[in-house]
Design a protein around this ligand. Structure first.
Ligand SMILES: Cc1ncc(COP(=O)(O)O)c(C=O)c1O
Length: 433
């Protein structure tokens, strides 16, 4: 079998440079652990970017996929539909917040779910403008790049983007932007840039993923809801990263009590198989004409079978409660590390979506992207896979599978602590020299 060194060289020669990768080439994976092609073991705090809430190869997910593969793997739902798609829509309609009739559609990626939510909102309102937020991430297709509020690495060089997309400030208490300032910015937008009566949708991640795990305060989400109601705007919660039990509730917006009109889901829904969806108010979801929504692979039967198993596992293994407990353990460890190390400026998140922000100086809060990269490299060398995020690439996020055993979590957090201490120590020595 190829070694990591061989594969890195072959990848550089054969795969487009825009597809960036880390250095761990996987040979096998189970629950919260990965073994690479050189036989080295890693603890996985990335979970395939928040996909494996139910862990690598959960036995119930694998069994459901194997059983489905024995029956049929693809027909295209538009050509010869199947019951499992309809039943998954029924299950998600029942799980999503809101005491009203709901309908769903299934697609392949998070970006495709967001694209479709915007199409649906535009068709329903007969309006074109869309408001998204600074630091938000919604995908790599043209419309979702336009909606994304983070230039590097997502937007540079790929324009022009579709028109009628506006960005408002996302609350970031650590950087002095509270609910009041964020609402003032929205007001500025409504008076200076776009008439609220031309706005089809407001799209928000209740907890920003790529943007740095900023949590939208409940009072901000409530006021957004009120403004959407006042102006006839569709409120869309992008739950692609924060959904599917990750934050301790099935959907992260449930913490606020706010009920959006549409919800986009992906990642954790398919348990490792490509699946996304839009769930929402039936009166809005039904706006588009037959044939206007869908695609060849959307709601592929294998992925749908995996999603049913994921929902069963979330319920049977109490993964919402588990997410809250994991989050408490991770936060406690990070808070005590932050007391010891001034380079950790902030610890934040919701449930098992926890992150810490690295700064050069706790007073100026100048982002420290180099230190963040050094922590990731240290962790990787010690056998822990971590991801960064944040518009300045200075936030480390923890996204362990919700099924991670306590002992593996403790081991991972020990490696994390050692990696942060080592990287912070090196950086401060460098600063003194
Ligand atoms: C909140 C959010 N929306 C949309 C997307 C895009 O999902 P995908 O990469 O599956 O297209 C992501 C991916 O990270 C995300 O975090």
């Amino acid at each position: 079998m190829s070694t990591t060194a061989d594969l890195k060289a072959r990848k550089a020669a054969a795969v487009a440079a825009g597809v960036s990768t880390r250095n761990v080439y996987v040979a096998k994976a189970e629950n919260a652990e990965i073994w690479d092609v050189d036989g080295k073991r890693f603890i996985d705090f990335a979970a395939g970017i928040a996909v494996l809430n139910t862990g690598h190869r959960h036995p119930r997910v694998m069994e459901a996929v194997a059983q489905q593969a024995l029956k049929f793997a693809h027909t295209c739902f538009h050509v010869t539909p199947y019951e499992s798609y309809v039943r998954l829509a029924e299950r998600l309609n029942a799980l999503a917040p809101g005491d009203f009739a709901k309908k769903s559609i299934f697609l392949n990626s998070g970006a495709e779910a967001v694209e479709n939510a915007i199409k649906i909102a535009r068709y329903h309102t007969k309006r074109s403008a869309v408001i998204a937020f600074s630091g938000g991430f919604h995908g790599r297709t043209l419309m979702t790049m336009a909606l994304t509020g983070k230039v590097m690495p997502y937007k540079r060089g790929f324009g022009p983007f579709p028109a009628e997309v506006y960005h408002a400030e996302f609350p970031q208490p650590y950087r002095g932007i509270g609910t009041e300032q964020a609402l003032a910015d929205l007001d500025r937008l409504f008076h200076g840039d776009v008439d609220p009566k031309s706005v089809a949708a407001v799209l928000i991640e209740p907890v920003q993923g790529e943007g740095g795990f900023n949590v939208a305060p409940a009072d901000f989400l409530r006021e957004l809801r009120r403004l959407c109601d006042e102006h006839g705007i569709v409120m869309i919660a992008d739950e692609v990263q924060g959904g599917m039990a990750r934050t301790g509730r099935m959907f992260s917006i449930e913490h606020s009590g706010v009920v959006p009109d549409l919800i986009t889901v992906a990642k954790g829904l398919g348990g490792g198989f490509p699946l996304s969806g839009v769930i929402g108010r039936a009166s809005i979801m039904d706006a588009a004409h037959p044939g206007g929504l869908g695609g060849t692979y959307g709601g592929n039967p294998i992925s749908i079978a995996a999603a049913h198993a994921v929902l069963d596992v979330i319920e049977a293994e109490g993964l919402c409660a588990r997410a809250a407990k994991l989050g408490d353990s991770m936060r406690a460890r990070l808070v005590s590390l932050a007391k010891e190390l001034p380079c950790i400026g902030d610890v934040r998140g919701l449930g098992a979506m926890v992150a810490f922000e690295l700064v050069k100086d706790p007073n100026t809060k100048e982002p420290d992207a180099e230190l963040t990269a050094a922590i990731l490299a240290q962790a990787e060398a010690r056998g822990l896979i971590l991801l960064s995020c944040g518009t300045s690439a200075n936030v480390v996020r923890l996204l362990a599978p919700l099924t991670i055993p306590d002992a593996v979590l403790a081991e991972g957090l020990d490696i994390l602590g050692a990696s942060v201490r080592e990287a912070c120590g090196r950086e401060s020595k460098r600063a003194v020299a």
